[in-house]
Ligand binder design. Structure first.
Ligand SMILES: [Zn+2]
Ligand SMILES: [Zn+2]
Length: 374
């Protein structure tokens, strides 16, 4: 049981905010978990960000919490008995603000390199020459396709983007040896093009937002690739290598195959390890099967909605989701979610796009075999 291997060093609230835990692996290594608040306001609560410290010859941290949480995380690390010089690097699970927003503050405090998938450094730097519009010229490629409205990014993102450009970033491939034996970092794009997953001693797996309890992570859009391509390394010349539902499901399958022979991996997600006073223990393979099935069901439901005639992603989202989920920024995320499934079904020829962005069902359900073959 999860509760048996976890020592709570500092209690948090019922969502786990401000909790500090220690996990002992049978290899002798320890992993600390630090839960930093992650509130966007309103009802939208995915729970705190769980940042992890993996001990060993070169201890490393995974993620830094949201912007404004770097100092607090530094204090939590001290509380756990470490000081800044002990930390060899901060690895970024993926370039979303609730995971890398605290990096600037934290690395000013503990002065360590930021280690991330090679795509990350390309996405955090501005690239005015290739930006899709004048308005986004000062913004890094990572937000050229952001579904959030201007009011959101002006309030939440401007300084974050400026700070990220200052980071000293090392590609994971150049840091692998420093991490030492027992640490395996794997690229798992889909939720974010630079997502990575870390296996520790074949006993624990830090899955970032690629696999979460209670929440199905949002996939990106393959369509973003056309816009972001000029900012990416040349070897990424196909959308599905980094973006979209196909990339996401392929990553899930890769993680499943990679850990096939390991029956009991301790799964450490970036959100909801603890929530509503309960530990969320995940069975990795079971959860992966559930997530894939969820997307299969969602494709089927979208086609069912299209039975009554062609609809835009926004119209499908209105039919599909509970109105509560569509409040505020929810509608933007819901539309993207529908689009990512429609993209896959366009490839499987179950939908065609008509003028005005309307999706028309062709009457097939080829998406099932496409997903099986990924
Ligand atoms: Zn997250
Ligand atoms: Zn994320």
């Amino acid at each position: 049981m999860l509760a048996d291997v976890i020592d709570v060093m500092q209690r948090g609230d019922s969502s786990g905010n401000n909790m500090i835990v220690r996990i002992r692996l049978s290899s002798g290594r320890q992993i600390y978990g630090f839960a930093t608040e992650n509130l966007y306001g309103g009802d939208w609560d995915i729970g705190p960000t769980w940042n992890y410290l993996v001990t060993g010859k070169n201890p490393f941290l995974v993620d830094s919490g949201r912007r404004g949480k770097g100092l607090q995380l530094g204090k939590m690390i001290e509380f756990a008995g470490f000081n800044g010089q002990d930390i060899a690097a901060v690895i970024v699970s993926h370039g979303h603000e609730d995971h890398d927003g605290g990096l600037f503050e934290l690395t000013n405090l503990i002065n360590t390199p930021v280690v991330a998938h090679e795509v990350y450094s390309h996405l955090v730097r501005p690239n005015a020459k290739s930006a899709p519009s004048k308005e986004r010229a000062d913004f890094p490629a990572s937000c050229w396709c952001c579904p959030m409205p201007e009011t959101f990014y002006k309030k939440n993102c401007l300084e974050y983007h400026i700070e990220r450009q200052e980071l000293n970033i090392v590609a994971i491939g150049d840091f692998r040896e420093e991490l030492g034996a027992g640490i395996e970092v794997t690229h798992a794009p889909g939720h974010c093009p630079d997502s990575v997953v870390i296996v520790v001693d074949g006993e624990a797996i830090l899955v970032g937002d690629t696999i979460l309890p209670e929440i199905t992570p949002h996939p990106t859009l393959e369509g973003s690739f056309t816009v972001m391509k000029p900012a990416l390394p040349e070897k990424f010349d196909e959308a599905q290598q980094l973006f979209g539902l196909r990339a996401y499901i392929r990553s899930l399958k890769k993680l499943s195959a990679m850990t096939e022979s390991t029956d009991r991996l301790l799964v450490l997600p970036s959100h909801r390890l603890y929530y509503q006073d309960t530990w969320n223990q995940l069975d990795l393979h079971g959860r992966i099967d559930e997530l894939v099935q969820h997307h299969v069901d969602r494709c089927h439901e979208i086609l069912r909605i299209l039975n009554s005639g062609p609809k835009t992603p926004k119209e499908i989202a209105r039919d599909y989701f509970d109105p509560d989920l569509l409040k505020g920024y929810g509608i933007n995320l819901a539309i993207n979610e529908i689009k990512s499934h429609c993209e896959l079904m366009e490839i499987s020829q179950d939908v065609v796009v008509l003028e005005g962005d309307k999706m028309l069902s062709t009457g097939g359900e080829n998406f099932r075999s496409l997903i099986i073959d990924l």
